[in-house]
Design a binder for this molecule. Structure first.
Ligand SMILES: Cc1cc2nc3c(=O)[nH]c(=O)nc-3n(C[C@H](O)[C@H](O)[C@H](O)COP(=O)(O)O)c2cc1C
Ligand code: SF4
Length: 486
């Protein structure tokens, strides 16, 4: 299969054409042909969870811009992105972006860090988001706006000092992924993890004092919190059994509950994973050959096995529910070793590969996994991810999923970089701007892979005018030319 075999979503212009393609390709994805009027839209319904009211069913997913200062404070670019989140119209801001709890946990030298010295700047960025929301939607519009901060340690994917110098601190060894780090991988020791639990708690307290209503204890995308969940081969109290593998997450949450009352704790979880992929000679992605029995958390071998692959995630969700966590953001895989699973795209990022499947299948897989978990945990509130590839059909699929209770909120990632106020347009019934839809060119992922800031270089005029846009376009052209030579 190659990209050219998958029709571009923009060419599936009618509901009949979209449905015919899904049926022909056996992609299980349902959608509403018509969008409801704003007053009857499932997107417009508020949701109440344990005394928190969120004003509608749009959620902005966390997205880093690799654009903080070297000290870990936001820059003007970071602030602009957060203001855009504020004007989007979405009422749930899931964490804004991954913020490291400590310098060595940064995924890049420009990632934000939550520390005493950076807290005032991060607090004022949150205020700017809220102010932008009020300016656009009214003086009291923030009454049902729920804004949190995503806390992370990047673990295996830490690159705190130089963008192309990894400083991995893994949860366990990995026969395939370790080979991608020629200078070796250090496994974090138990005592360091115990210390890190305190650091997460301190960061959560700073987030609370900065005005954030919740913190997300990030457990996705191959970073430390996620890798620990799959650390079967690790010995000691944080490895082996699921009880041990969830110890870090559990203890962080318990500590925050005890030390920072009033702060909600939520979790973004890669609810399933797949084995690491690599680029085949013709540029298309394929599973690493010897990865059949590699470790991991809720690893999916084939789509028939989704129910059973989710079993470990169910174990984690039971534990989280028992701890009083009410909000879950479902995501999948990792942008580092299987990007087509995590953020389905037609065009690969610089370090990626041509899609090995119709990206719509990747979207459908995340929707189905979220629906299965929602069915099993009706008391948890689920945000779904990976809708951006749906482009014009995003509101139609989202409306169907909300109406059918397959998820509670629809999360928006890349589309918000290209079309920040899509939620506002859907909620008011305004005509949707076709030329603003993210076409999944992946430049927002390629930029950071080149040590540049992230942004929607092809479609956001602000980024299109920046010098990085030219560099990224040139790299994209060269990579595609090389792929088509194969
Ligand atoms: C540029 C970029 C940065 C991202 N940064 C984060 C992040 O900081 N934390 C996180 O949990 N996910 C991050 N993601 C993943 C998104 O939240 C989302 O899961 C993914 O893009 C799929 O959703 P979409 O199809 O709407 O883009 C990032 C994605 C992109 C494209
Ligand atoms: S660069 Fe823009 S169009 Fe490309 S994937 Fe990112 S948001 Fe979408």
């Amino acid at each position: 299969m190659s990209r050219s075999q998958f029709p571009r979503v923009a060419t599936l212009k009618t509901a009949a054409a979209f449905r015919a393609h899904l049926e022909r390709s056996s992609i299980p994805l349902a959608f509403d042909d018509q969008l409801a009027a704003p007053s009857a839209s499932p997107f417009a319904r508020s949701i109440d969870v344990d005394g928190v009211r969120v004003g509608n069913r749009f959620c902005i997913l966390p997205m880093e811009g690799w654009d903080g200062t070297s000290e870990g404070e936001p820059s003007d670019l970071t602030r602009r992105r957060w203001r855009n989140f504020g004007i989007s119209g979405a009422k749930l801001i899931w964490g804004g972006e991954a913020v490291a709890v400590r310098h060595d946990g940064r995924a890049n030298p420009n990632q934000l860090v939550m520390a005493t010295r950076t807290q005032p700047a991060i607090a004022s960025m949150r205020e700017e988001l809220v102010a932008a929301h009020r300016e656009r939607f009214g003086a009291n519009a923030d009454g049902d706006l729920f804004v949190g901060l995503q806390l992370t340690h990047s673990g295996r994917y830490a690159r705190p000092d130089i963008y192309d110098r990894p400083a991995p601190l893994a949860a366990s060894t990995h026969p395939v992924l370790d080979r991608r780090f020629p200078n070796g991988v250090r496994v974090i020791e138990d005592d360091e993890l115990a210390r890190l639990e305190e650091i997460f708690t301190a960061a959560a307290r700073l987030a609370h004092d900065a005005g954030f209503a919740f913190v997300d204890i990030k457990a996705c995308h191959g970073y430390l919190g996620h890798e620990l969940l799959g650390a079967r081969s690790r010995s000691g109290r944080y490895g082996g059994s699921l009880e041990n593998r969830t110890r870090f997450m559990r203890q962080v949450i318990e500590r925050i509950r005890a030390d920072v009352p009033g702060l909600q704790v939520v979790v973004r979880l890669s609810v399933f994973d797949m084995v690491p992929y690599r680029k085949r000679a013709d540029g298309v992605g394929e599973p690493e050959p010897e990865s059949r029995s590699v470790p991991g958390f809720s690893v999916l071998a084939s789509d028939d096995g989704l129910e059973s692959a989710l079993e470990e995630s169910r174990g984690v969700l039971r534990m989280l529910e028992g701890l009083g966590v009410r909000w879950i953001c479902a995501t999948a895989g990792s942008p580092y070793y299987n990007p087509h699973i995590q953020r389905p795209a037609m065009f690969p990022p610089l370090d990626g590969y041509e899609p090995p499947e119709d990206p719509l299948r990747g979207v459908a897989r995340q929707i189905e996994a979220t629906a299965l978990l929602k069915r099993d945990f009706p008391g948890l509130t689920f945000v779904g991810s990976a809708y951006s590839y749906l482009q014009e059909w995003l509101p139609h699929v989202g409306q169907h999923n909300l109406r059918e209770g397959l998820c509670d909120l629809v999360g928006l990632g890349r589309i918000v970089l290209s079309y920040p106020d899509l939620p506002a347009d859907v909620l008011t019934g305004a005509p949707l701007r076709r030329n603003a839809f993210c076409r999944t060119f992946s430049d927002c992922t390629t930029g950071p892979r080149m040590g540049l800031v992230s942004g929607c270089f092809p479609l956001d005029p602000f980024y299109a005018a920046r010098p990085e846009a030219v560099k990224i376009r040139d790299v994209r052209t060269e990579t595609r030319a090389a792929s088509s030579d194969q």
